[in-house]
Write a protein that binds this ligand. Structure first.
Ligand SMILES: Nc1ncnc2c1ncn2[C@@H]1O[C@H](COP(=O)(O)OP(=O)(O)OP(=O)(O)O)[C@@H](O)[C@H]1O
Ligand SMILES: Nc1nc2c(ncn2[C@@H]2O[C@H](COP(=O)(O)O)[C@@H](O)[C@H]2O)c(=O)[nH]1
Length: 214
């Protein structure tokens, strides 16, 4: 049978995107998912109330505080954190199932969650921090999204400086000026990371066959 590169197995990676609230990571993530069939979104659990249009099981699993704590106790989360007075966590089982198929998983989580995942899964983690072009533009985006009250927007703006201080902990930094340019940059990161030697787990056998040694 002829050798083709499509027979080379690949180890799935975990692409984490973080940013201050409103910088644009959800927008970039949605576009990436629509354009790349090799990556799926990790759906987090949260105790925050759904925004207009958000769908349970698609945008988040909306759970009570009691249910969230039970999930923590049962070890159901890969990571979890308190963000803006609410709890958020990444359910472990769906992520492990996708990675086992050699597919990639995209996470929209904060810096606390990224730190936890770096400790448990460093080799599989690729982290991207998204910055806004300016603080004024960040506030404008939060208001334009029109999904949070003025009080919630003010709270998120007050935390933006602290959040942004974590940028040096990430592998890649994107200043999200033009959304199409930012999407292209994340696609480029994903392409390069997928090609890393250590992720191409079937390469040894492929080259062995190429060399006619098997
Ligand atoms: N490059 C951009 N230029 C202009 N507007 C943008 C850009 N990227 C995103 N936006 C808009 O900014 C708003 C916030 O974007 P988004 O919801 O993606 O932010 P986020 O980082 O995911 O926020 P959160 O952490 O609160 O979920 C949205 O209305 C989105 O359409
Ligand atoms: N550590 C985690 N952070 C998470 C998770 N899911 C979302 N987030 C972060 O929370 C804030 C606010 O999100 P919003 O949807 O309420 O605007 C944002 O920074 C997200 O990245 C998670 O599972 N773990």
């Amino acid at each position: 049978m002829p050798q083709t590169s499509s027979s080379i197995g690949r180890r799935g990676l975990m692409l984490v995107m973080s940013s201050p609230s409103g910088a644009g990571k959800t927008t970039i993530s949605r576009a990436l998912l629509a354009r790349d069939s090799g990556i799926s979104m990790s759906v987090s659990a949260t105790t925050r109330a759904p925004r207009p249009g958000e769908v349970d099981g698609k945008d988040y699993y909306f759970v009570s505080v009691e249910r969230f704590h039970a999930m923590v106790e049962n070890g159901e989360f890969l990571e979890h954190a308190r963000v803006f007075d609410n709890f958020y966590g990444t359910p472990r089982a769906p992520v492990e199932a996708v990675l086992a198929q050699g597919r990639d998983v995209l996470f929209d989580i904060d810096w606390q969650g990224t730190q936890q995942m770096r400790q448990t899964a460093r080799a599989d983690l690729v982290s991207v921090f998204v910055l806004p072009p300016s603080v004024e533009e960040l506030e404008r985006r939060l208001h334009t999204r029109a999904q949070d009250s003025a009080e919630v927007v003010a709270k998120r703006m007050a935390k933006a400086g602290d959040e942004m201080s974590h940028w040096p902990e990430y592998d890649y930094i994107i200043v999200n000026v033009e959304v199409e340019e930012s999407i292209a940059r994340v696609q480029a990161i994903l392409t390069a990371e997928r090609l890393k030697r250590e992720r191409q787990v079937g390469m040894h056998d492929f080259v062995t066959r190429l060399r006619g040694l098997e």
